[in-house]
Every structure is written in C-alpha cells, then in structure tokens.
Design a binder for this molecule. Structure first.
Ligand SMILES: NC(=O)c1ccc[n+]([C@@H]2O[C@H](COP(=O)([O-])OP(=O)(O)OC[C@H]3O[C@@H](n4cnc5c(N)ncnc54)[C@H](O)[C@@H]3O)[C@@H](O)[C@H]2O)c1
Length: 358
C-alpha cells in the first residue's frame, strides 16, 4: 500500500523511516503546509512531499496516513483522513482539548476506520516486560505505582512546544499516565494535581506537575515531573547519552507495588528489577528476584520504540487487523490528563465522571 506522513519534522522523519523499512509499503508521500518546507524536507527524507493535503487524501492508493504534525492540528487531520477512508496512526497527544479527542473517537466509530494513537511505550521492552510480569501474577495485584521523571529543558525558547498554552501533561506525561493505566488494569476514578511556580520563565505552561490518581479498583498512582533539574543537554535525554545522564539529575523511574511483589523500571540505569514478597513467622519478607539489563545499542527498542510501534501499525493496517490499542482506550488516558489540568486550575479533586465520556 502507499502511505502518507503529515508533518515532516523530527518525528515525521522517524515515521518515514519505519515506512521505508516495512515490506508492506510502496510509495511514501509527505505533507507540510508550507510549500518550500515541503519541498526541502521531502528532498531530505526522500519522499514525494506536497502542501496539498486534500489531493493526498483523494489519492486512492494511499491507505495509511501517519500524523506527526504539531499537536494543534492532530484532531482535525485525523478526522479528515478517517472521513477520506484512510487508516490513521496519530501521534500523542490525541488533541489539545477533550472535546476534540472525543470527536476523533466519534469519527472512528462513524467511519469504522482504523485509528491508533502513538503511545509507543506500550511497545518499548522495559515496559512490556513489566506488563508481562504483572500479567503473569508475579507481583500479585497492583496497588500502587509511582513515576518520577526529571530531565533538562530540551524544548527551547520560541518553539511550538514552549509557546504552547497546552500543558506538558498532554505533550509528555500522557505517555506515563497511559502506562499507569495499563499496569494497573483499571480505570482512573479521580485525579488531584498540583504544580509549583515555574523555574523556566519562557514556557507558556507549567514546567512541573505532581499528579495523583485513584483507580476504581482502589489502587493509586502518582506522577512527579520537572523539566529543569538535570544537566542541560540539547538532545532528547531519552535517546542519547544515558550513561552520562544516569547521575547528572536525569531520572525516569517507575516503582510498581503489588500484593506479592514489586517492579522498578529505571531508564537511566538501563535496568528493570523485580522483588517477590513472602510470608514468615516474623514479617513480610521481600527478596530481589530478578534484574534485567540492556545495552546502549538496544536503547530504542527498550525505552523509545516508536520504530517498532510504527512497523507493527503498518502491518496491522496492511493485514486488515484492528488497532492493538483502540482509540477509546487512549481517550481515557487523555481524559485523565485533562482531569489533572482541571484539578490544577480549580485546586480540587476532579472525578472522571464529571468529564465527557467517549
Ligand atoms: N511518541 C513519542 O515519543 C513522540 C516523540 C516526539 C514527538 N512526538 C509527537 O510528534 C509530533 C511532532 O513532533 P516533532 O518532535 O516531530 O516536532 P517538530 O517540530 O520537529 O515537527 C513538527 C512538524 O510539523 C509541521 N507542521 C506545522 N504545522 C503543520 C500542519 N498544519 N500540518 C502538518 N504539519 C505541520 C512543522 O513544519 C514541522 O515540520 C508531536 O505531536 C509530538 O508530540 C511523539
């Protein structure tokens, strides 16, 4: 099948790379709204790029549209592509408002089309291994999970990211909320979130968040994020220099506690560990049961597997299979993020039942 990538920036280049590597793909087309940029990026990436989106969507040979454009246009482009009969892979965040995310799910239902959101951490080995351990019952029932994510400012002044009034909850933390839902296997019931005054003065949104969630099963989760403590590095800290960054202020860890054990994922130490709990006459006994490490060559597959995710989505579409994560599931992740924003604005616990359903 022929395919198209909308938005030929950094992530657009990654999407083109997966399409080129897929045995299911013929011609690759690209779209950028500015004609000169379309021509320049098309040449750099070796794709036929245009600034005429309507013409791309009219092309019957294009079966899959991959959206890697700026967040503000995700919803409109996904809906237009679904209505044109295309399968759609759309980068996170789904949209900048809950109403727009809901419109995407509605368009998917109306058209019966394929829509999967780019929550690539569900394809990244460090997290799929944690999920396998949970599903095998190795830590019992998940009751509590903590995510700590500290990094440097790598969004830069005067970019769409730092200028956006939309918070980093959608742009970055939706990945980590999504994992907490996935690990817990339950739906978020209520959310309380706070942020401190900014350290980064030129961000048009908070640079830190502390999000607390309670799930319907009784489990709780928290997510603690700040974007300034780590030593400055102008590349994505998830992709480069992990060894250097392991002890310079960067931190990306989950601690997942269950009734029979616990799991720790540690991106900057390239390690995942599991503890097993047993009873004894005196106390609950905990034993470190398993440690799995990976090498720098495997970083992308273990912590940032956009490539593997995209290859899989292309395969699903080519074989006429449904998305592995339905858009309605990703909507629940987005909804928890929007609930956190409401909580921060209104300084109160927000019940998920107050917000729209998909
Ligand atoms: N899944 C992940 O881990 C991950 C990582 C990075 C980025 N992303 C997502 O990918 C998307 C792109 O991020 P990026 O890092 O490539 O940003 P980028 O700034 O490098 O690229 C964005 C591109 O979109 C283009 N653009 C602007 N308006 C557009 C429009 N109306 N239609 C189509 N293209 C338009 C810009 O010209 C630019 O080329 C964002 O939604 C981001 O959240 C996801």
């Amino acid at each position: 099948m022929d395919v198209a990538v909308l938005g030929l920036g950094e992530m657009g280049g990654t999407h083109v790379g997966a399409m080129r590597a897929s045995p299911h793909v013929g011609a690759i087309y690209g779209y950028e709204p500015d004609a000169a940029r379309a021509a320049a990026r098309g040449k750099e990436l070796g794709v036929q790029a245009t600034n005429d989106l309507a013409a791309l969507l009219r092309n019957p040979a294009i079966k899959l549209v991959s959206i890697a454009s700026i967040n503000a246009v995700h919803a409109a482009q996904a809906i237009e592509a679904l209505r044109a009969g295309k399968a759609v892979m759309c980068e996170k965040p789904m949209a900048e408002s809950l109403a727009d995310a809901r419109r995407m799910v509605e368009a998917q239902r109306e058209t019966g089309g394929f829509l999967q959101i780019g929550f690539e951490l569900r394809y990244s080995r460090i997290y799929t291994l944690a999920k396998e351990w949970i599903d095998r019952g190795l830590i019992g029932t998940v009751v509590n999970s903590h995510c700590r994510y500290y990094c440097s400012e790598f969004h830069s002044k005067n970019t769409w990211r730092s200028n956006s009034p939309g918070t980093l909850i959608g742009e970055k933390l939706s990945h980590y909320i999504d994992l907490q839902r996935w690990f817990t296997g339950s739906e978020v019931e209520d959310v309380f979130s706070m942020h401190a005054p900014n350290v980064v003065p030129y961000f048009n949104h908070p640079d830190n968040h502390q999000i607390n969630m309670r799930f319907t099963c009784g489990a709780i989760a928290d997510l603690n994020f700040s974007m300034y403590v780590a030593e400055s590095d102008h590349r994505d800290p998830l992709l480069e220099m992990l060894e250097k960054q392991a002890d310079d202020g960067h931190c990306l860890q989950y601690h997942i506690f269950g009734t029979k054990g616990a799991i720790e994922t540690d991106v900057f130490r390239r390690r995942i560990r599991r503890w097993a709990f047993t009873d004894s006459p005196e106390r609950l006994v905990s034993k470190l049961a398993e440690t799995v490490r990976y090498t720098p060559a495997d970083d992308n597959a273990w912590i940032h597997n956009t490539h593997g995710q995209n290859l899989r989505i292309i395969e699903l579409v080519a074989k006429g299979l449904p998305p592995e994560t339905p858009a309605s599931d990703s909507f629940e992740t987005m909804k928890a993020g929007f609930a956190a924003e409401v909580s921060e604005r209104e300084r109160r616990i927000v019940r998920m039942s107050e917000l729209a359903t998909a």
